[in-house]
Design a protein around this ligand. Structure first.
Ligand code: ADP
Length: 849
């Protein structure tokens, strides 16, 4: 701390201070009166000594806003020195400047020992301070430089690394450089051109930009292929590993043999198994492992692949290998493929194979079977053919080829229709299409045109080969029945001539016998003989008549003598006259048919006689025959019931055919099998029909129907044309609940009624969008079999087309109706299910379940 200055020495000091460099001033009193200021201080203030004696703030008004006065007053009050550096605004050379001063305010004590004056010294330190700041800045800069130096060194080493990296890129860029050089040359050329012409400038610029674009694109491509290459290398490593695994686990044999000596380098389990030489094969040569292949040509194949580089492929090749110590034949598809190293040299051969022993053996077997089959087909004397499931001819045997005189391909291309007689073709096509649809046997007769230009009758038969419910092909035969047919025609001709020739002498003999009978004495021994012979002559006459009738029917020359006659009377008379011929059997006649009929009385008599004679003949042990005659729905219904041997169901259909006789009866019963054929023809010509109910061992009932008005009538009763139809022969109702058609047939049907009823059924079914039909035949009587073919060929397919899905058929008790039902409905037809029932309840259950 500074000591207060003694007043007596003040004047001398003041003088000394006047010239001091240090600015000095002295102030007194609270008002800070400037008692003294040396030149340096005045210069600071920019004032002259006129301000001495003035308060500080008056003399130096610039200090007014500065804290000096308060600071000085503080020193005067406390006596404590105040020093420091202060920035002050000072006007120098009339410019207001901020300067820094180191100041000191020191109290000068009075006599009373209290502060009386203040000594103010000040030095301008602005420059000094600025110097210090500059020095500090310089130091900081130097430090920063040092750091930068260090950083630069680090950067240099990074740069070196970068240079090395760049060097790697350099090679790649060399190509770029070449391109660039090329570009530069182009640019130079263009620049030269530019100088030549202002106009070309534009073009050059454009090309330049195009080249630049190319260059950019090339660069991009280059970059892309570089990264692709990188990816490839990575992938390659992965896939090499995968390949090894694939080879090892491949289910087919793989082997790799290296060097011309074919040293085994890589094999999988599959090839080891095929060779059957154990696992220890790697490192050995192919020849060492498989010495049995010597002479098979395989060594040479391998060597050839190795030396020429041409791969070798073999198919179904037999290779004999020693497996389990036995030389056995195997079959392989195999390949030998050359393997190349990086320099493009072949270093080995890869062997891949597939064992096909089973396949080849199976094929050889099937070829052998095929040969045998072909042999069989061609050894048959018949025409034999096959067709695809949809009926297209695809094979014919040698018989067909030789009959038609064309190669198989031509026949197959033309199809069998090309050889069928035009008259027989429509029916044949129809039947064939039906067989295809129903997948059932095809049976037909037609004439086929042979290479000699003539037509020959054939019986065609085809059956489908069905596997898992699907037809795989059709096998058909055409049997030449021409001889048979010709014989039949000849037979008819012979019968016709013979019966005519027999008829004339028989008539003469008969006349002589009538005369002899009259002449002979009734008691003579001759009389019974004459009677017997006469009966035999009658029989002979009937036989000849039958034969004549048949030939007339065949020739369409049967003449009918139509007139009104008393049917009841005719019936009674016929029964009575037949009763004359038998004593054993009694013929009961039950009739309500006291009625006139328009028809051929003689021919209808013939029908009755035939039925009654059969009833007697085939019921030798029975004692009665019942004849019924009723009138139902405008028809005469006649039945002849016997209690004889009966007829099995399978024979019923054929009874009306010419010369048809049930086998077992032929030995015991005489006859030609013509009676029913003729009777049926006669009834048909009266618009009627025939049917039979029979049980073997119990007897038979033969029925025939004759419409009273020459035609059966079927009348409409009511219909709304949408949900129901009621007729005299059928009732049809759409049952909304259960969504099915309820169809009930009533009484005696024929072709006309069946067609009419079926068409109404189809119509109502479609209108109601219905797919289910309940077809009830419980009340059906008689025989409508002439409509069965139409049903199967026309109507049923139309029903299927209209959306029929299920068809339940309740059988009629009539056997002939049942037979017709089975004939008119295929058991399987596209998507339609068909089933037959005996009761309506079970049928309905099946239909609506
Ligand atoms: P046939 O002269 O042989 O009697 P038909 O045409 O009259 O010729 O009859 C054909 C066949 O029908 C007969 O051979 C016989 O087998 C059978 N047949 C006909 N009527 C009867 C019957 N009432 N009972 C049993 N079988 C009969």
């Amino acid at each position: 701390m500074a000591l207060p200055i003694q007043p007596q020495r003040a004047t001398a000091l003041l003088n000394a201070l006047t010239f001091a460099d240090e600015a000095t001033a002295i102030y007194s009193s609270e008002d800070i009166i400037i008692e003294y200021a040396n030149a340096a201080m005045l210069t600071f203030w920019g004032k002259d000594d006129t301000i001495i004696g003035q308060p500080l703030e008056v003399g130096v008004p610039e200090l007014k806003d500065q804290p000096f006065k308060a600071m000085l007053q503080q020193v005067l009050r406390t006596g404590k020195t105040d020093e420091g550096i202060i920035a002050t605004e000072t006007r120098i050379d009339n410019i207001l400047q901020t300067r820094h001063y180191a100041y000191k305010f020191r109290a000068v004590l009075g006599e009373d020992g209290k502060p009386e004056l203040i000594l103010h010294t000040a030095t301008d330190v602005t420059e000094r301070l600025q110097g210090e700041a500059a020095l500090r800045e310089a130091q900081e800069q130097s430090e920063a430089l040092n750091q930068e130096q260090q950083l630069n060194e680090e950067l240099a080493s990074v740069n070196e690394e970068l240079t090395a990296t760049n060097e790697e890129l350099r090679q790649t860029q060399e190509q770029l450089a070449i391109l660039n050089t090329d570009l530069e040359q182009k640019v130079q050329l263009r620049t030269y051109d530019l100088a030549q012409s202002e106009i070309t400038l534009q073009a050059v610029n454009e090309e330049l930009s195009a080249i630049n674009e190319e260059l950019t694109a090339t660069n991009e491509e280059l970059f892309a292929s570089q990264s692709q290459l990188q990816q490839l290398v990575t992938d390659l490593a992965a896939s090499e590993n995968q390949v090894r695994q694939i080879v090892a686990s491949a289910p087919f044999p793989i082997g790799v043999y290296v060097g011309r000596e074919m040293r085994i380098q890589l094999v999988n389990q599959s090839i080891i198994d095929v060779w059957g030489k154990g696992n220890d094969v790697v490192g050995k040569t192919y020849h060492e492992v498989l010495p049995e292949l010597e002479g098979s040509g395989i060594y040479e194949q391998l060597d050839n692949v190795f030396t020429t580089g041409e791969p070798f492929h073999a198919r179904n090749q037999r290779v004999d290998l020693v497996v389990d110590d036995v030389l056995q034949p195997f079959y392989f598809n195999y390949s030998f493929t050359p393997l190349y190293d990086q320099s493009g040299e072949i270093y080995g051969v890869m062997n891949t194979a597939a064992e096909v022993t089973d396949v080849v053996t199976a094929r050889m077997n099937s070829e052998e079977n095929e040969r045998r089959f072909q042999f069989l087909l061609n050894a048959l004397p018949q025409q034999l053919w096959t067709a695809s499931p949809d009926g297209i001819l695809d094979y014919v045997n040698d018989v067909v080829i030789s009959d038609f005189g064309h190669p198989a391909e031509i026949i197959i291309e033309l199809g069998w229709q090309a050889f069928v007689h035009p008259d027989d073709l429509p029916a044949a096509v129809n039947k064939w299409q039906r067989a295809i649809k129903t997948k059932k046997e095809y049976l037909n007769q037609f004439r086929l045109k042979f290479s000699d230009g003539n037509y020959y009758w054939h019986l065609a038969r085809a059956v489908p080969m069905v596997v898992d419910g699907h037809v795989t092909f059709w096998l058909g035969t055409n049997t030449n029945i021409h001889q048979q047919k010709t014989n039949e025609d000849k037979k008819d001709e012979f019968i016709s001539i013979a019966s005519h020739e027999l008829k004339t002498p028989l008539t003469t003999i008969k006349a002589f016998f009538q005369l002899s009978k009259r002449e002979a004495d009734i008691n003579s021994k001759l009389h019974p003989l004459i009677e017997k012979t006469d009966r035999q002559l009658d029989r002979l006459g009937r036989l000849i008549d039958d034969l004549l009738d048949v030939s007339k029917i065949n020739a369409g020359k049967m003449v009918y003598n139509i007139e009104d006659f008393d049917f009841g009377q005719m019936l009674a008379d016929t029964v009575e006259s037949i009763q004359q011929t038998t004593k054993k059997q009694h013929i009961e006649l039950h009739t309500t048919c006291d009625i006139m009929l328009r028809g051929d009385q003689h021919r209808l008599e013939q029908v009755l006689i035939n039925l009654l004679n059969n009833a007697i003949k085939y019921g030798p042990d029975a004692d009665k025959i019942i004849v019924h005659c009723t009138i139902e729905s405008g028809n005469i219904i006649v039945s002849v019931q016997d209690f004889g041997i009966g007829i099995a169901e399978e024979h019923l259909k054929g009874l009306f055919d010419r010369f048809y006789r049930v086998d077992n009866s032929s030995a015991r019963f005489q006859g030609l099998g013509l009676g029913l054929f003729i009777s049926n023809e006669i009834v048909k010509r009266h618009a009627g029909s025939f049917w039979i109910e029979s049980e073997p061992g119990k007897g038979s009932t033969f029925y025939f129907l004759l419409p009273l008005n020459g035609k059966q009538h079927f009348t409409d009763i009511a219909t709304d044309n949408h949900t129901y139809y009621q007729g005299s022969f059928i009732n049809i109702h759409y049952k909304a609940q259960g969504h099915y058609m309820d169809v009930e047939w009533i009484g005696y049907q024929n072709y006309e009624s069946v067609v009419k009823g079926c068409e109404i059924m189809l119509n109502l079914m479609s209108k109601n969008n219905c797919s289910l039909v309940l077809n009830d035949n419980t009340l059906v009587k008689g025989n409508w079999s002439e409509a069965a073919d139409w049903g199967a060929e026309v109507w049923f397919p139309a029903m299927a087309e209209a959306g029929l899905k299920k068809f339940a058929w309740i059988y009629s008790p009539s056997t002939f109706s049942r037979i017709a039902a089975n004939k008119s409905l295929p058991s399987e037809y596209d998507a339609v299910q068909v089933a037959f029932f005996d009761s309506k309840d079970t049928a309905l259950q099946w239909l609506t379940k």
